[in-house]
Design a binder for this molecule. Structure first.
Ligand SMILES: [Zn+2]
Ligand SMILES: [Zn+2]
Length: 176
């Protein structure tokens, strides 16, 4: 969805929409495999201001994502507040203002004509994802030795190799 800035009333406009999984897939080439477990519901208010457009609202839904420890897919609920500022392009008559670049993630420039709401919503979804998603806070993950999925099965390392490094060192001492 694209919104034309010149069609926004001065008091702003409230939009509500939902987005499906096919939409998210079309919005990204992210290598992490993320699918929407539920459609994303978005409430968004767009308010024009002198040098920017304020976007405020809420995004709710759920993604299916792989746990970074046990690699199993799980459902992660999303409930994010949107509080975002789109800066209108700087005037060419005011070159000194070029130093005023947005430094935080909640501010971006746009072309001043159309607001790509889809792009912004997709971006907010990806920003909401944790760097290391965990299926549960204390997920025990996989054994680094045998690869056992420790929350469902026991470690097989003992059975695989009964000779420990310690045993090997003892043997070397006796040999001297
Ligand atoms: Zn896990
Ligand atoms: Zn193991």
């Amino acid at each position: 969805m694209k919104v034309r800035v010149d069609e926004l009333p001065d008091t702003g406009r409230v939009i509500h929409f939902h987005k499906t999984d096919a939409w998210l897939a079309s919005m990204t080439e992210d290598t992490r495999e993320i699918t929407l477990a539920r459609p994303v519901e978005v409430d968004l208010e767009l308010v024009p201001e002198a040098d920017s457009i304020k976007l405020r609202g809420r995004l709710q839904g759920a993604v299916q994502i792989a746990c970074s420890r046990c690699l199993q897919d799980f459902v992660l609920d999303l409930d994010e507040t949107i509080d975002f500022t789109l800066l209108r392009p700087l005037s060419v008559d005011a070159p000194h203002e070029i130093d005023l670049r947005p430094e935080d993630l909640d501010t971006e420039f746009f072309d001043g004509v159309t607001i790509d709401v889809d792009f912004i919503v997709a971006e907010q979804i990806f920003l909401a994802l944790p760097q290391k998603p965990l299926c549960q806070p204390n997920c025990v993950g996989l054994c680094s030795g045998c690869g056992a999925e420790l929350k469902r099965e026991s470690c097989r390392c003992e059975k695989i190799d009964k000779v420990s490094v310690f045993d090997a060192l003892q043997f070397m001492k006796i040999d001297k």
